[in-house]
Design a protein around this ligand. Structure first.
Ligand code: UT7
Length: 329
């Protein structure tokens, strides 16, 4: 019997129109275009502006366009999972709100919080619901409004992140295309190097936490960088070995876009040429859970059925992982 795999059958991104360039940031903090580009690869990022707009608005826009692209009705969808680290509110789940804004009602929907690896965690979770036969059509969203947790007086973090969302449709496949393997990892001790200090149950919001700027991203960049370079390269190499893949077998590496130097290290470790790597960090910065599906969306027209893709990420948690898939269309 042919094994049922879960295949991505459509992808749709949404990027807010407002651009925050390195030149703009030079006027806000003590930084410069040369430093940002040489240390990170970023030239500009998108920012979601507008009173009352949050992560769900970007996610819902991607979902509505995804449904239209596939000529699907909201009632066709069986499950929606949203990966995000910037939920609209602590509860309910942003996935619930995305469903409501996209006209989807009465199906299970929930969030997954695995920071920059969130999309890979959500995709892998969704895959199991398809493989088991429980659901036929699942939408996985990666969306983050990072500007909502950015201290635009902290040059060490504010130059790195941007806002964006993207959604993929997952369906059963019986022609050997789809998600073939996944490796997900975490190390909770890494929380000390990348976290938001307040707003959770350990340190609820108070005047004191607001005054101390504890509702913004805290990152010890150097420590995160060291782990990210090693772990993202290691896990990508491990998934290749496990599936007997060489650099020649891989059509595309789809890496999380946190720092061009981390992507380059992973590319080298996998023995890939740089023309097989999706990189759009220069335009969008680090959009956390949205980076990988946004890449798939931008490169969609260049992908061919049967292409071997490795998706790889590293981020807060620490969490990291890789997914190996055969493109389905
Ligand atoms: O996706 C989530 C996971 N996150 C990541 O993967 C991010 C990992 N970390 C990184 O990408 C890098 O560590 C950064 C891009 C955040 C920083 O690059 P770095 O090469 O590690 O720089 P650094 O933190 O060691 O700072 C070097 C210098 C420092 O000055 P001194 O101490 O050498 O005088 C910083 O104060 O650069 C200074 N600096 C800046 N200068 C201009 C830090 N930020 C800036 C800035 N503009 N924006």
């Amino acid at each position: 019997m042919t094994k049922i795999l879960a295949a991505i059958t459509a992808v749709q991104g949404y990027l807010p129109p407002d651009v925050l360039s390195n030149a703009d940031l030079e006027k806000m903090v003590d930084t410069n275009d040369e430093w940002i580009r040489s240390r990170t690869g970023i030239s500009e990022r998108r920012i979601l502006k507008g009173e009352g707009l949050g992560t769900s608005d970007m996610g819902a826009e991607a979902v509505k366009q995804l449904l239209a692209k596939k000529d699907l009705a909201p009632t066709d969808i069986d499950l929606l999972i949203c990966a995000t680290v910037t939920p609209d509110m602590l509860f309910p789940a942003t996935a619930n709100i995305i469903c409501d804004k996209a006209g989807i009602n009465g199906i299970p929907s929930f969030d997954i919080g695995a920071a920059c690896s969130g999309f890979l965690y959500a995709l892998t979770t969704a895959t199991k619901f398809i493989e088991s036969g429980m659901y036929q059509k699942i939408i996985v969203v990666g969306a983050d409004k990072m500007s909502s947790i950015m201290d635009y007086e902290d040059r060490a973090t504010c130059v790195l992140f941007g806002d964006g969302a993207a959604a993929v449709l997952l369906e059963p496949s019986s022609d050997d295309t789809g998600i073939k393997d996944a490796l997900l990892k975490s190390d909770g001790n890494g929380r000390h190097a990348l976290h938001m200090k307040a707003g959770g149950s350990v340190r609820p919001a108070s005047h004191e936490t607001v005054d101390a700027k504890e509702h913004y991203v805290f990152q010890d960049g150097k420590t995160v960088f060291k782990f990210a370079v090693k772990k993202m390269a290691d896990v990508s190499h491990e998934i290749m070995e496990r599936n007997q893949l060489s650099g020649d077998d891989i059509a595309w590496l789809v890496p999380h876009q946190a720092n061009k130097r981390i992507i380059d290290a992973t590319t080298r470790r996998m023995g890939l040429s740089t023309d097989k790597v999706m990189i759009n960090i220069q335009k969008y910065g680090n959009t956390t859970a949205a980076t990988i599906p946004l890449c798939l969306w931008e490169w969609e027209s260049q992908l061919n059925k049967g292409d071997n893709l490795v998706l790889a990420a590293f981020g807060g948690g620490f969490t990291w992982g890789a997914v190996y898939l055969k493109w389905a269309y």
